[in-house]
Write a protein of this length. Structure first.
Length: 247
């Protein structure tokens, strides 16, 4: 059963801004190219998440997907687990409508909230056993990252699990050096993209991406009250890393 909690738009209603919808479709198409060509290592990451959930939760559990997008990875990562409730949060209504279709086959209740994920987490009263966030927290300033992780730690309680997949700077690497390495490494590798699509991605990275080092990503988790914070995966390009935080 899929329940929608829409905070800004009526599901199935008129598009408030057709230009904004067009921009979403263009950006999402570019992102989907990267996912489908596995440039972001989602297949391996989804497998690791699946194994972690089965290892941590032999009994039914509630899963929180922060900045869930279209939840395409979750359709396979959660299959075969004991998930009983899925809660996805994203600020894009079109992405949530895609998520509803992608998650329709899961044998659990699904709630999808159209809401800014930071605002939602800072005001969240509901408990979750496990939480996930991918390629979104690095858009925040360091202090705001910590505030969000404090909220996630509060949401998952005493025996919860949080997993985070984000870009990371190398030890001693500043943001400009990371940007230079990003362009030098990924532009030739992401051959599925057209030049215009790469320019779109590059503009986003220049204006929105503020990754931490792996050590700082772990320190933020410990500062937020997680008992353990560990790096569990590095993608083949050494840009994206998966972290596990145990309450």
């Amino acid at each position: 059963m899929v329940n929608f909690h829409i905070h800004q738009f009526q599901l199935g209603g008129a598009v408030v801004d057709a230009a904004a919808l067009g921009q979403f479709q263009e950006r999402w198409g570019t992102y989907r190219k990267l996912v489908e060509s596995d440039c972001l290592a989602h297949r391996q990451v989804g497998g690791i998440l699946h194994g972690a959930l089965n290892g941590a939760f032999p009994s039914p559990f509630c899963f929180l997907d922060i900045a869930c997008g279209d939840a395409s990875m979750m359709a396979s990562a959660l299959r075969g687990t004991k998930v009983r409730h899925y809660h996805g949060i994203d600020m894009s209504q079109p992405a949530l409508e895609l998520a509803a279709a992608n998650l329709a086959a899961l044998p659990c209740e699904v709630d999808l909230d159209h809401r800014d994920f930071v605002e939602a987490m800072l005001r969240r009263p509901e408990h979750a056993d496990a939480a996930w966030c991918s390629l979104s927290v690095h858009h925040l300033a360091t202090d705001d990252k910590l505030e969000l992780m404090n909220a996630i730690r509060s949401a998952i309680g005493e025996h919860g699990l949080f997993m985070l997949y984000e870009p990371a700077r190398l030890p001693g690497e500043n943001r400009q050096a990371w940007l230079d390495r990003f362009a030098r490494t990924n532009e030739p590798l992401w051959s599925a993209l057209t030049p215009a699509e790469w320019d779109q991605i590059w503009h986003h990275v220049l204006t929105c991406d503020f990754p931490e080092t792996a050590a700082v990503w772990c320190e933020l988790g410990r500062a937020a009250g997680f008992a353990e914070a560990t790096q569990v995966f590095v993608d083949p390009t050494d840009f994206f890393r998966l972290f596990r935080y145990d309450a």
